[in-house]
Design a protein around this ligand. Structure first.
Ligand code: ADP
Ligand code: ADP
Length: 229
């Protein structure tokens, strides 16, 4: 479940300036594929197309063989979970932020998600701290703590496909390492597309795709790419 396939995808925000020029790749179910490349290469555009924020000019994007052009955006959000670069939380309780979109989850599920995301380490064990408000009038969370809340929310939603768009790039290196560990746990066994910023975020990837000026210029495993220099 959760095979993602880009088939000869072309895309331009403005007609005279193509951004993706025939991108094809597949993320097999349960695998992790990382997309790397210079700033402006089109990496985030790939994740925007996957969420149908934009439609390809030509080519197709398929999940489990179904063209996402035929899938409502609201349905896509149940299939694809996203941990963005910079999480913006609701000015509400930690519980609200974790459970957002999964109001039917029971206490045990919430606790397990919090444990995997290691929220419990900084706010004490849930559900005691579940009602702690965050934001302007409540607890001030660091960037790493916000990312953990976002990760817990994603775990709770349990989507078959996960998109990590430079999810640790706004963090310092020490926090990055901790959050990366949490992300590795979350992505295990889930189809994961990593939009990568630093090499450290792609060590666990099954395949690495190098994108440059909207084209795939290189692909391989971590070791095969490093061996080539
Ligand atoms: P990356 O994630 O690899 O840094 P992006 O996918 O964000 O690259 O952007 C690829 C190119 O598309 C960049 O040149 C960027 O300026 C351009 N771009 C991004 N968003 C828009 C937009 N909404 N309208 C026009 N051009 C855009
Ligand atoms: P950017 O590279 O500018 O962050 P993205 O295409 O990665 O652009 O996503 C734009 C924003 O939309 C993200 O930062 C995120 O907050 C939001 N977003 C994307 N996917 C989802 C989703 N499934 N559910 C809720 N918000 C989302």
């Amino acid at each position: 479940q959760g095979v993602v396939r880009f088939a000869d995808v072309h895309f331009a925000y403005i007609p005279e300036r193509p951004i993706l020029k025939g991108v094809s790749f597949e993320v097999p179910a349960g695998h992790t594929v990382a997309i790397v490349g210079p700033s402006g290469a089109g990496k985030s555009t790939i994740s925007r197309l996957l969420f149908r924020f934009y439609e390809p000019t030509s080519g197709r994007i398929l999940i489990d063989g179904q063209d996402i052009a035929d899938v409502q955006q609201s349905s896509l959000r149940k299939i694809i979970g996203m941990v963005p670069q910079d999480t913006v939380l609701f000015n509400d309780t930690i519980g609200y932020n974790v459970q957002y979109g999964r109001w039917d989850a029971d206490a045990e599920e919430v606790r397990e998600a919090a444990r995997l995301a290691q929220i419990d380490r900084f706010i004490g064990l849930l559900p005691e701290s579940y009602d702690t408000p965050v934001g302007e009038r409540g607890l001030k969370l660091s960037g790493g703590e916000k990312q953990r809340v976002a990760i817990a929310r994603t775990i709770l939603k349990g989507p078959p496909v996960l998109v990590l768009d430079e999810a640790t790039s706004a963090l310092d290196t020490f926090t990055e390492k901790e959050i990366q560990d949490a992300l590795d746990r979350v992505s295990r066994g889930r189809t994961t597309l990593v939009i990568a910023h630093r090499l450290s975020t792609i060590i666990g990837a099954d395949e690495i795709i190098v994108l440059d000026q909207g084209r795939i210029v290189e692909r391989g495993t971590h070791t095969s790419l490093l061996d080539q220099g």
